[in-house]
Design a protein around this ligand. Structure first.
Ligand code: UDP
Ligand code: MG
Length: 197
């Protein structure tokens, strides 16, 4: 076996990198490696979309906050706002303004003010639509197993969690529940892995 001297190895590498080697160039590691991949990458679109998720009083009382948050973290979404609050009638009447004429509205207000709520803003690609799928049907009796409502509840009057139903609705609700300074813009350390194609 012939041992190659340092100079020999260098010459062979120069030969390969110079392109005088037919179609063997692609077998060599790219000279610019990961940096090259980043230069050529494109970003996942709309990664700044945001939605309001709120663990309702039954979810908080039943100590489901951690499990619900974990599902959103696991999915890859970024938490940009979080607080626990006793919701006021005023906030709720604005939040549920479209439901004011519904027969269940008084009991909905009573339920939502019966204890603390944990409100969160999550950010990511198609987070509104994906969250609605993760949360499941409004009526837990019709919610699929694997969804939050399908796994943790059985009646529409105690369905554990709220999720905005459209990007426009999400914007309105986030402004209602959070002040601007309560929302953080921060960089996730896995951003280049999850958000660049
Ligand atoms: N709700 C209820 N009874 C009903 C329908 C709705 O108590 O027959 C409550 C339930 O807590 C629901 C909330 O009202 O989550 C808001 O209703 P919406 O139709 O907006 O459903 P969601 O967007 O929460 O799935
Ligand atoms: Mg709704």
């Amino acid at each position: 076996m012939v041992l190659l001297q340092r100079g020999g190895v260098k010459r062979i590498l120069q030969h390969f990198y110079s392109g005088n080697h037919g179609n063997t160039k692609s077998l060599l590691p790219a000279a610019d490696g990961a940096a090259g991949r980043r230069r050529n990458s494109t970003a996942v679109p709309d990664v700044r979309e945001r939605t309001l998720i709120a663990v309702k009083p039954d979810g908080v009382q039943r100590r489901l906050v951690g499990q619900i948050m974990q599902r959103f973290e696991q999915r890859g979404f970024k938490l940009v706002g979080l607080k626990m609050l006793q919701v006021s009638d005023d906030l709720l009447s604005q939040h549920y303004c479209e439901l004011r004429t519904k027969p269940f509205y008084p009991s909905l207000l009573h339920y939502m003010t019966s204890g603390p709520v944990v409100a969160m803003v999550w950010e990511g690609h198609k987070v509104v639509q994906t969250s609605r799928t993760m949360v499941g049907h409004t009526n837990p009796a019709e919610a699929l197993a694997g969804t939050v409502r399908g796994d943790f509840s059985f009646h529409v009057s105690r369905n554990v969690v709220h999720a905005s139903d459209s990007p426009e609705g999400a914007q309105r609700e986030i402004q209602l529940w959070f002040q601007r300074k309560e929302l953080l813009n921060w960089d996730c350390c896995d951003q280049t892995i999850t958000c660049e194609l």
